[in-house]
Design a protein around this ligand. Structure first.
Ligand code: 13P
Ligand code: ZN
Length: 270
């Protein structure tokens, strides 16, 4: 059995959450990340026949039966993950139609997965239907995206268009745009279901006055997606109160579509 501390998925997770903290997206225990693991990836590092303990999930997700996830712990600080990976992270395998999670590694102080586990698992189900290569769901609290939800219309087309107009490459990075949920109580199955619904049409879902969810094929790509949207929101918050003399026109966006071979969300460009 290989040492899990050398597992590329664990190393990459530690580096990613450390970087998220460094970006200021994850104050205190803010934010959570889940990574879908391949069965053979887990088997190379862990004896998967024996579960450490079983944790009820409080929802069902039959599509994820038997699937394993590396996930951040509830109440855990991203800044501490690099110093104590097995105390702050865990690997769980879903059983009983997703109603139970078998702990295979981690949460060594008796803890458990993030309180946003429903939003993560339901979003994995939704994204896997659209993109079978999706592996990551990431949630965090980036300041500028959050700030935007206080001063900008929450209409998804308007919100997306504003972000696209803030940096030339936004439309290339997230041509599917950004979906937006109104403020909702976090940590519930309800916000989980609402997030998953929004994940069927976009890989970014803003939680108004709270943060953002991103989904992608790997940790780097998902981090980059949020990073790009957050950069755009930062520029918006720098200029929103100033007279706007220039912008990226819809004509320019169409040129970007053609040049980079991407298709903007239907009906979002004039
Ligand atoms: P957890 O500590 O349970 O992951 O919650 C943090 C958070 O961001 C809730 O939305
Ligand atoms: Zn949060």
């Amino acid at each position: 059995m290989k040492d899990i501390m050398n597992a590329p998925f664990l190393v990459e997770m530690i580096r990613t959450v450390t970087n998220m903290y460094a970006h200021g997206w994850d104050e205190r225990n803010g934010g959570n990340v889940s990574l879908l693991l391949e069965a053979d990836e887990v088997g190379a590092y862990l004896d998967t026949r024996q579960a450490i303990r079983t944790i009820p999930t409080g929802f069902s997700a039959p599509e994820l039966e038997g699937k394993s996830f590396l996930v951040t712990g509830t109440g855990k600080y991203f800044k501490n993950v690099q110093y104590d990976p097995s105390g702050n992270l865990g690997i769980v395998r879903l059983t009983d139609g997703g109603e139970k999670a078998e702990l295979l590694w981690g949460f060594s102080d008796g803890g458990q997965f993030t309180s946003e586990f429903p939003a993560h698992m339901m979003s994995h189900v939704a994204r896997l239907k659209t993109d079978p290569d999706n592996r990551v769901v990431m949630h965090c609290h980036p300041a500028n995206l959050l700030a935007m939800t206080y001063v900008h219309s929450l209409d998804e087309r308007e919100f997306t268009r504003t972000l696209w107009q803030m940096c030339t490459e936004c439309i290339v990075v997230f041509p599917d745009g950004v979906n937006v949920l109104p403020w909702m109580l976090c940590g519930t199955n309800e916000i989980g279901m609402a997030t998953a619904e929004k994940m069927t049409t976009a890989r970014l879902v803003v939680w108004s006055q709270h943060g953002i969810y991103g989904a992608g094929k790997n940790l780097d790509e998902t981090f980059g997606l949020i990073e790009t949207a957050e950069k755009a929101a930062e520029i918006y918050m720098k200029i929103a109160h100033l007279p706007r003399l220039h912008t990226i026109s819809d004509e320019a966006m169409h040129q970007l579509e053609a040049h980079f071979g991407v298709k903007a969300r239907e009906g979002y460009l004039n």
